[in-house]
Design a protein around this ligand. Structure first.
Ligand SMILES: Nc1ncnc2c1ncn2[C@@H]1O[C@H](COP(=O)(O)OP(=O)(O)O)[C@@H](O)[C@H]1O
Ligand SMILES: O=C(O)C1=C[C@@H](OP(=O)(O)O)[C@@H](O)[C@H](O)C1
Ligand SMILES: [Mg+2]
Length: 169
């Protein structure tokens, strides 16, 4: 059992790259945000609005437990906050090879301009929020990752190629 697990900040391309990588490898894509939406029967924005972020984090923890039962090697795209809780980090690493898609704040802002699906970046002051949150989370991402792939200026296909190269697949 060796999943490939993608971690990193919002907008790093975890979902997009995960989809492409899974298709290329003929594996299933498991996107934790999608799994949470299916389980909760509503969108992530609604979970944040109605129940708050702590409830969302509890759902993430449950999904992580569920993922530990997955037998067939898959590609797993996580939500950007998954490694923030320290106890999630070893659990993520046990799933397989953890690849940190590292992105600069400028790239995040460019990619997520006008996006309404990420509750943590709504309202004013998105620019400073992205910079602060990214700086705050960087140690957690590094602490969790087996491999780091800087993705700025790369297409999703280039990122897929880089991940395959790094893992000899
Ligand atoms: N390598 C890339 N180059 C340009 N745009 C990208 C790239 N990867 C993702 N995107 C775009 O950035 C946005 C966020 O991507 P997404 O895969 O949802 O990121 P994440 O899951 O890490 O939050 C989407 O609009 C997606 O099409
Ligand atoms: O960084 C975060 O805390 C979050 C990232 C989102 O996923 P993406 O990283 O796929 O955008 C989603 O899980 C939720 O909005 C919270
Ligand atoms: Mg995503």
């Amino acid at each position: 059992m060796k999943h490939i697990v993608l971690i990193g900040f919002m907008g790093a391309g975890k979902s997009t790259v995960g989809r492409a990588l899974a298709a290329e490898l003929g594996r299933e894509l498991l996107d934790t945000d999608q799994m949470i939406e299916e389980k909760a029967g509503c969108r992530i924005t609604e979970i944040f609005a109605r129940q708050g972020e702590p409830a969302f984090r509890r759902l993430e923890e449950e999904i992580l437990k569920q993922l530990a039962e997955e037998k067939a090697p898959a590609v797993i795209s996580t939500g950007g906050g998954m490694p923030v809780f320290e106890k999630n980090r070893p659990a993520l690493r046990r799933l397989g090879t953890v690849v940190y898609l590292q992105v600069k704040p400028e790239t995040v802002l460019k990619r997520l301009k006008g996006d309404t699906t990420r509750p943590l970046l709504q309202g004013g002051g998105a620019e400073s929020r992205v910079r602060e949150l990214l700086a705050e989370r960087e140690p957690a991402y590094r602490d969790t990752a087996h491999e780091v792939v800087p993705v700025d200026g790369m297409s999703a296909d280039e990122v897929v190629r880089r991940i395959k190269e790094l893992n000899n697949i």
